[in-house]
Design a binder for this molecule. Structure first.
Ligand SMILES: [Zn+2]
Ligand SMILES: [Zn+2]
Length: 862
C-alpha cells in the first residue's frame, strides 16, 4: 500500500497520461483469432487521412472505445481495428494544389505516387492523436485501402459481383463534375441555394421559360400537359428549336404543370433528373451538348468550345438580337453541386459501371440489424425508397482502385484477370491469356477507377478475414459504429455489398452517433471560425476530460454542441475524484482493510446498497450504449453519495479504533475498486492511475464490476440518516455555527430507528438520540414580527395602537387571528399579512430548536 505522503497533492493529467501511454502495450488490445471467448468485432469507420483527426471523429471513436473497453472487461474477445480510407478526390485535389499541377500534367503512376506519399504522412499524424486519446486500437488489425493487399480484395469483390450479375456497364445519365472530370454518386451531390435568372423566350410560337438557355442545343422535345386545351392542336407535331433549328417532337406528359409559365416546357439531355425521367419515358433522342470538361460540343454549332457560362451569355445576346427573348426574372434555385469543389453538377450520359440496387433485399437486411438509436433505421428506409438509379461506381480519376478489366481491341470482348492475379492495374499490365472469343492479343485497358465507397464498403469483410473462399469465421461483425451523415452511403453500401457477396447481414448492430456542432450551435466550418480541434483540448485538459465530454455531451445519436464548460466540469470531476482517492487510500494505508470483515453499521450497508444500484444503472446503460446515463450515474455516486454523504458520515468513525472502523474500510475499498472499474472505459488514464495504488495490476485487465448488495431496510434507514445529517448541518450553517461546533443534545423522532453506530453523533458533534415515539413539544410565543410596510400606510397614526392590541391577544388568537379588532372604540379590519408570531419550543421543560423533515421531527437542545 502506498504511503499517504507519496500521493501527489494534485492530479496532473499531463504527467499521468504520458506515463501510462508509455507503459501500456499494443499487444493487450489484439484480437485473438483462436480464442474461446465470445467475439466482439467492431467495423470501425476508416477515416479519410486528411492529417487531422477532427472532433467529429473524436466523438465517434470515444463511443467505440467506451464499449470496446467495456466488452473486454465483460470477457469478450474484442477486435477494434483501425482502417484508413485513402482513395478519392480530396487527396487528388490537395496534391494538385500542393504541387501546382493537374492530374494530366504528370503520368498516372507519378500522380499516384504523390497521393500515396501525402496519405502516408497524414496517417502518421492521425495515429498520434489516436494514441493520445487512449483509444484501445487493435493495431494488428490496421488496414490501408490504397495498399495492394486491401485493394486486391476490392477488385476481387468487383469481379465476384460482375460474375453474379450485380455489376454491369452501360451508357446512362450520371451526375458529373466537369471540374473534377468525374462521375459522382447521388450521395455525393451537395445542394446549395443560388440566384439565377428565369428567361422567357419564344420557342417557335410557344412561350417557354428556362434557367439554362445553353442547353437549347440539347433540346429533344417540348412537353405539355395532355389536358391543356391551349396545346391540343400541337399533338403529334414538331417544333423548330430557336437558334439551332433542329426539329423536336411535342410530347404530352402528366408531370407538366399547366400553371407554370405558359404550361409548355422543353426537355433537354439533361437539365435535371426530371429530364432523365422524360427522356426514358418518351424514348427521346440523346443530344450531348456538354462534354466532360464542361465545354460545348460540336452539336452546339457556333457555340462549340465555349464553357457553359460563356455559352449562356452568347445565347441570351443572340436571343435579344433576334427579339425572341421576352423577359427575365430573378429566381432562387437549389442547385446540385460537387461535394468536393462546389461546381454545379451536370447530368451527362456516359458509359459507366453500375451496381444494381435491389431495394427489397437491402431493406430486408436493414431490418435484421438492431439500430441504436432505433429511429435511425427510418433514415435508411427513406433513402432506399427514393432510389431511382443504380449506383454509379466508375470514376474518371487516378488515385483509386483500378477496375480490373480489359477490352479486346479486335472483337470488343471484355476480359478479366484471374482472381489469384489480383491486384492488377490494367493500364500497366496485359491479360495473361489471349482473347477467349477471337484469340487476338491486343487489349485496351479500362481506365476508369472505382468509387472509394467500393473500397470502404467491404471494410467489414476485410477485418473478418474475407478472401473469397467462403464466409469468414468471424463474419458477421457484432457492431458498426458510424455517424448519421453516412447512413445513405457507408451503411447503405456496406449492407448492399455484404448481401451481394455473402447473402448475410454485415453486422448484428449499428450504433449511430450525432454530429459535433460548434459552440455557436452551427456546423463547424472554417468560414464561421468555430472549429475546435481535439489537440487543443488535449493540451489544455487532457484526454480523459475530452472523453468525458464525449460521453456526457448528449444522448447517443443526438448532435452535440461542443462546449468548453463541459470539458472544464469533466476536469473538475477528476479533481474531486482524486481527493476521494487520496482520502480512501490514506485510510486504507493506515490498516484495517479486511475483505472478510462483517459490514455492520447502517451507513456502510446503505453505501453498499447505493453502490449496487449504481452498478445496475451503469450496466444497463452500457449494454444499450447510453454512455451519458452511465457516466452521469458514476459521477453522481462518487460525488454526492460517496464523498458528500458517506465519507462525511464515517469520517469520525475512521479516526477511532472501533471494530466498526473495519466495516467502513471494507466499504471504502469496495466502492473505490468499483469506481475505478466503471471509470476505466471512460477515463482510462485516470482510472488506471487510481487503481494502480491498490497494487492489483492494470484496471484494464480486470473483469467488469459484478458487485451486488440487497438490503431494503438499509436503503430506507440510510436515506433517513443522510437526510437528518444534511438538514441539521444546514441548521448549523443557518445559525452561523461551524460545521464541527458542538451542538448539545439532538433527538430524532422518526418512525424507524437508525442503528447508526454513533456516526450521526460524531458527524454532528452532538449527543444524538433516535426515538420512535411522538415528540412532546410545547409551543411558546416569544415575540411578534410586525410588517410595517403594511401597517404604516393602513393605520397611520393608529399604528402603535394596532400593534399594542395585537400584542394583547392570547396565543390561540395569535395562531388564528380575528377578522377585526377594536381600535379607539371602532372595529377595524386586521390585514392578512400585518404580523407573524414567533414561536419557540419546549421539550421536557427545556427550550429546543425544531427541524422538520417530512414526518420526522428533530429537536436540538443547545
Ligand atoms: Zn468537383
Ligand atoms: Zn477478341
Amino acid at each position: 500500500m502506498v504511503l499517504p505522503d507519496q500521493l501527489p497533492k494534485n492530479y496532473d493529467f499531463a504527467v499521468v497520461e504520458e506515463r501510462w501511454r508509455n507503459t501500456w502495450r499494443d499487444e493487450d488490445h489484439y484480437f485473438l483469432r483462436n480464442s474461446n471467448k465470445p467475439q466482439f468485432v467492431i467495423d470501425t469507420p476508416p477515416p479519410y487521412p486528411t492529417g487531422n483527426f477532427h472532433i467529429g471523429n473524436a466523438l465517434n471513436w470515444c463511443y467505440i472505445d467506451f464499449f470496446a473497453r467495456y466488452k473486454r472487461m465483460k470477457g469478450y474477445n474484442v477486435m477494434f481495428p483501425q482502417g484508413w480510407d485513402c482513395h478519392g478526390l480530396p487527396t487528388e485535389v490537395k496534391v494538385e494544389e500542393l504541387n501546382h499541377i493537374t492530374k494530366n500534367d504528370v503520368s498516372r503512376e507519378e500522380f499516384r505516387r504523390l497521393c500515396r506519399e501525402l496519405t502516408i504522412k497524414n496517417i502518421g499524424q492521425m495515429r498520434i492523436t489516436l494514441r493520445k486519446m487512449a483509444f484501445s486500437t487493435d493495431w494488428s488489425n490496421e488496414y490501408i485501402t490504397m495498399m495492394p493487399e486491401y485493394y486486391a480484395k476490392t477488385q476481387l469483390s468487383f469481379l465476384r459481383m460482375l460474375t453474379n450479375g450485380y455489376i454491369y456497364q452501360s451508357e446512362h445519365p450520371v451526375n458529373y463534375c466537369t471540374r473534377c472530370e468525374t462521375a459522382i454518386a447521388f450521395a455525393e451531390v451537395a445542394y446549395e441555394d443560388r440566384k439565377t435568372q428565369l428567361n422567357y423566350f419564344d420557342f417557335d410560337g410557344i412561350e417557354i421559360a428556362t434557367t439554362r438557355p445553353e442547353l437549347l442545343a440539347a433540346c429533344v422535345a417540348v412537353a405539355v400537359h395532355p389536358d391543356d386545351e391551349r396545346y391540343h392542336a400541337l399533338k403529334g407535331t414538331t417544333k423548330k428549336v430557336p437558334l439551332f433549328l433542329h426539329e423536336v417532337p411535342v410530347v404530352l406528359d402528366e408531370a407538366v404543370d399547366p400553371a407554370f409559365g405558359s404550361g409548355a416546357v422543353m426537355i433537354c439531355t439533361f437539365g435535371d433528373k426530371q429530364d432523365v425521367h422524360w427522356w426514358k419515358q418518351h424514348q427521346l433522342a440523346l443530344r450531348k451538348a456538354i462534354d466532360r470538361t464542361g465545354r460545348m460540343t460540336e452539336i452546339a454549332g457556333k457555340y462549340a468550345g465555349l464553357n457553359t457560362t460563356e455559352c449562356r451569355d452568347r445565347i441570351l445576346t443572340d436571343m435579344k438580337e433576334k427579339q425572341i427573348l421576352k423577359r427575365q426574372e430573378d429566381l432562387e434555385q437549389r442547385v446540385g453541386t460537387c461535394w468536393r469543389c462546389k461546381t454545379p453538377i451536370e447530368i451527362l450520359s456516359e458509359r459507366q459501371w453500375f451496381v444494381k440496387i435491389k431495394p427489397a433485399e437491402i431493406l430486408d437486411a436493414a431490418h435484421q440489424i438492431k439500430w441504436y438509436p432505433e429511429h435511425m433505421l427510418l433514415r435508411m428506409e427513406n433513402w432506399v425508397e427514393q432510389m431511382e438509379w443504380d449506383w454509379c461506381i466508375s470514376r474518371q480519376r487516378v488515385f483509386a482502385t483500378p477496375i480490373p478489366v480489359w477490352f479486346c481491341k479486335k472483337c470488343g470482348e471484355m476480359v478479366v484477370p484471374g482472381e489469384k492475379d489480383l491486384p492488377v492495374d490494367p493500364t500497366l499490365v496485359q491479360p495473361k491469356h489471349a482473347c477467349p472469343k477471337c484469340g487476338a492479343n491486343d487489349f485496351s485497358a479500362e481506365e476508369d477507377v472505382l468509387d472509394t465507397w467500393m473500397d470502404s464498403s467491404i471494410s467489414v469483410l476485410n477485418v473478418t478475414g474475407w478472401d473469397g473462399s467462403g464466409t469468414p469465421k468471424c463474419f458477421p461483425a457484432q457492431i458498426r459504429p458510424q455517424g448519421h451523415d453516412i447512413i445513405r452511403t457507408w451503411a447503405f453500401y456496406t449492407i448492399l455489398r455484404a448481401v451481394a457477396l455473402t447473402g448475410q447481414i454485415p453486422w448484428e448492430e449499428i450504433l449511430v452517433n450525432g454530429m459535433v456542432l460548434g459552440e455557436d450551435g452551427f456546423k463547424m466550418s472554417k468560414s464561421r471560425g468555430n472549429i475546435i480541434v481535439p489537440e487543443e483540448i488535449l493540451v489544455k485538459y487532457g484526454a480523459d476530460a475530452l472523453r468525458q465530454w464525449g460521453a456526457m455531451g448528449a444522448a447517443t445519436g443526438s448532435d452535440i454542441m461542443f462546449n468548453w464548460n463541459d470539458v472544464v466540469s469533466a476536469s473538475r470531476f477528476q479533481t474531486k475524484m482524486w481527493n476521494i482517492a487520496k482520502f480512501v487510500l490514506i485510510q486504507l494505508a493506515k490498516g484495517g482493510y479486511d475483505k472478510e470483515a462483517p459490514v455492520t453499521a447502517l451507513a456502510d450497508r446503505w453505501l453498499l446498497v447505493r453502490l449496487s444500484d449504481t452498478i445496475r444503472t451503469v450496466n444497463n446503460a452500457m449494454e444499450h450504449y447510453q454512455f451519458d446515463t452511465a457516466l452521469k450515474a458514476i459521477r453522481e455516486f462518487a460525488w454526492d453519495v460517496l464523498a458528500d454523504n458517506y465519507i462525511e458520515l464515517v469520517k469520525g468513525r475512521l479516526y477511532t479504533h472501533d471494530a466498526s472502523r473495519k466495516s467502513a474500510c471494507l466499504v471504502l475499498h469496495t466502492a473505490y475498486d468499483a469506481l475505478c472499474r466503471m471509470l476505466a472505459p471512460f477515463t482510462p488514464y485516470f482510472a488506471e492511475e487510481c487503481f494502480s495504488y491498490l497494487n492489483c495490476g492494470s484496471v484494464h485487465k480486470q473483469p467488469w464490476v459484478a458487485f451486488t448488495y440487497d438490503d431494503d431496510e438499509a436503503r430506507k434507514e440510510g436515506d433517513l440518516l443522510v437526510k437528518v445529517v444534511a438538514e441539521v448541518r444546514k441548521y448549523k450553517h443557518d445559525q452561523g455555527l461551524a460545521l464541527n461546533a458542538p451542538l448539545g443534545k439532538v433527538t430524532v423522532y422518526a418512525p424507524l430507528t437508525a442503528h447508526d453506530e454513533g456516526d450521526t453523533g460524531r458527524t454532528l458533534n452532538a449527543a444524538v438520540h433516535w426515538r420512535t415515539d411522538a415528540a412532546k413539544l410545547d409551543r411558546v410565543v416569544t415575540g411578534i414580527d410586525f410588517n410595517r410596510a403594511v401597517i404604516g400606510p393602513k393605520f397611520r397614526k393608529q399604528a402603535q395602537a394596532f400593534m399594542s392590541a395585537i400584542k394583547a391577544l392570547s396565543p390561540e388568537e395569535l395562531a388564528h387571528p380575528p377578522k377585526t379588532i377594536q381600535l379607539d372604540g371602532a372595529d377595524v379590519e386586521v390585514p392578512e399579512d400585518a404580523f407573524a408570531p414567533n414561536y419557540s419550543y419546549m421539550e421536557e421543560g427545556a427550550k429546543v430548536d425544531v427541524v422538520t423533515i417530512g414526518d420526522v421531527i428533530v429537536t436540538i437542545a443547545k
